[in-house]
Design a protein around this ligand. Structure first.
Ligand SMILES: C[S@@+](CC[C@H](N)C(=O)[O-])C[C@H]1O[C@@H](n2cnc3c(N)ncnc32)[C@H](O)[C@@H]1O
Length: 311
């Protein structure tokens, strides 16, 4: 499919991509004991859960005056989204407070760029990107949750932008032509994708040689003990699938990206009250002694212009 070719409303990128499918950490631990097809089934089950959550956030946002909220795992306590209002291109109905950074800030977007936003939700970053690339640029948002895509399309209709489009599809099979994007964005989504190798490989595929990505996400400084993972998920909503930072960067390298750097990083501290409510005294002591940090980062990387050296 050509980059700018319109996808039919509700259409799927390819057979199976919109079918049924929690997260990488859980998937990884299962991988060793599973066959390939069992891993695939587990991955599809986890994605089905994610889709269900975001469908309900999108629908809630339709009926509530307060937006979706809840971060990537629909946490009930706190969200880590940044303040977008006041930015050029900001569309309030597209801001469901689901992000964990501002990937457009560090994306070096230029007028006329072709941009793809992976896991575009209701369109928040896509509309900000559109303001930066202007009339001559193009923005495609891709999301696997039909209700999110419907919301993003409705927002776009209200804005009347001819150079913004939202496609239903999965990051594992991005419905965008190879080598067609100048910049790939994503905000708090890759932690939800079970197969991160595949996600980075798809980012590489759709970028033009010399193109780059800017991705905001949640990562860990070291493995989080299972008991702490549950409490952290209650707080941030984005931790259950979060990978270790070093592994995350290595995944991007394996896909062939160069110039990889973390250009923004902030620690998310779990409040004592949350730990007290959810962990035993021994677990709290173990967690504190572990020194594991939950980090919100922005990662930047480039697809080499030439030659392409995949590891
Ligand atoms: C935490 S929300 C972030 C939405 C948007 N980036 C924002 O900041 O408002 C995650 C979004 O990614 C989508 N998503 C999760 N896994 C996906 C996948 N494998 N392929 C495509 N979309 C996915 C979900 O449907 C949801 O809309």
């Amino acid at each position: 499919m050509k980059f700018f070719e319109k996808q039919k409303e509700g259409a799927c990128c390819e057979p199976g991509c919109c079918g049924a499918v929690e997260t990488q950490a859980q998937t990884e631990s299962l991988k060793e004991s599973q066959t390939e097809s069992e891993t695939e089934i587990e991955s599809e089950r986890l994605k089905a859960q994610v889709r269900e959550k975001y469908a309900s956030i999108a629908v809630q946002a339709e009926t509530s005056c307060c937006g979706g909220g809840g971060g990537c795992g629909m946490a009930e306590v706190t969200t880590f989204s940044e303040e977008y209002s006041g930015m050029d291109g900001y569309v309030a109905d597209a801001d469901l407070h689901l992000g964990c950074g501002v990937p457009t800030d560090l994306a070096r977007l230029r007028a006329g760029d072709a941009v793809v936003d992976l896991g575009s939700g209701a369109g928040n970053d896509a509309f900000v990107a559109r303001a930066l690339v202007g009339e001559a640029g193009r923005v495609i948002g891709v999301d696997m949750t039909p209700q999110m895509v419907a919301k993003a399309r409705a927002n776009n209709r209200k804005m009347g932008y001819a150079n913004v489009e939202f496609r239903l599809g999965e990051i594992e099979h991005v419905p965008v032509e190879s080598g067609s994007a100048d910049v790939v964005l994503s905000n708090c989504v890759l932690n939800l994708v079970p197969d991160k190798d595949r996600a980075f490989a798809e980012m590489f595929r759709i970028l033009k040689p010399g193109g780059h990505f800017s991705v905001s996400d949640i990562v860990l400084s070291a493995p989080l003990p299972d008991f702490a993972r549950k409490a952290a998920e209650l707080y941030t909503g984005c931790v259950s699938g979060a990978q270790e930072k070093s592994g995350y960067l290595e995944t991007a390298r394996r896909a062939g990206f160069q110039g990889i750097r973390v250009d923004r990083e902030r620690e998310i501290n779990l409040p004592d009250s949350l730990l007290e409510e959810n962990l035993t005294p021994d677990q709290r002591a173990e967690f504190r002694a572990s020194g594991v940090k939950i980090l919100s980062i922005n990662l930047f990387g480039e697809r080499p212009a030439f030659p392409e050296t995949r590891k």
